[in-house]
Design a protein around this ligand. Structure first.
Ligand code: 5GP
Length: 172
């Protein structure tokens, strides 16, 4: 049985010189590894009464949809601009270089609905913090977040609202 760690490929100097990209596709291609990964992501939330799993485009869709099934919750895609039909709610956020936006359908979550946020990687933390704000703006309750990989040197956790649980399976 291969560890998750051995199923993540480190690609040096991608997408830019000096950056090491963590490629999750070997993990997805390994039936047992992917299943164990979803089990491990779900484990902290088994008793959290999660009603909706919100996956961040695009790799967050893959883990989020599988996790939603595991937790018997619905799945809500948080998308890049221009993908969803209106009306949408939007949050803008800063990237390392430039800015981006996340959108959700304005009726995607019910008031107070208990939502779990999911993405593959926590890097500088801007994306996950924006997702938290988006879910809160929709009137739902962001119960917490799970990511597969946390890149600790980038200190993304510091941008995540304190007091809300954030779980990561692998830390580099
Ligand atoms: P942040 O906003 O935390 O800086 O960036 C997180 C977003 O960038 C996530 O949606 C994630 O998919 C993507 N990302 C950043 N670095 C990596 C990486 O090394 N590997 C993968 N798979 N995604 C990354």
């Amino acid at each position: 049985m291969r560890s998750f760690d051995s199923l993540i490929r480190a690609l040096p100097d991608f997408p830019r010189p000096g950056v090491t990209f963590r490629d999750i596709t070997p993990l997805l291609a390994d039936a047992g590894g992917f299943a164990r990964c979803i089990d491990a992501l779900a484990e902290p939330w088994q008793d959290a009464r999660i009603e909706a799993v919100c996956g961040i485009e695009s790799r967050g869709f893959i883990f989020g949809a599988a996790l939603a099934q595991k937790l018997h919750a619905g799945f809500v895609p948080l998308r890049k601009p221009g993908k969803l039909p209106p009306p949408v709610v939007e949050v803008a956020y800063q990237l390392e270089y430039g800015s981006d936006r996340l959108q959700a359908r304005s009726d995607a979550l019910r008031p107070g609905e208990r939502a779990l946020l999911v993405d593959d990687v926590l890097a500088t933390g801007g994306t996950l913090a924006a997702a938290h704000e988006l879910v809160a703006r929709l009137g739902a309750t962001p119960v917490g977040a799970s990511v597969l990989i946390e890149l600790e040197a980038l200190q993304g956790r510091a941008r995540w609202p304190g007091g809300t649980p954030l779980h990561s399976l692998l830390r580099y």
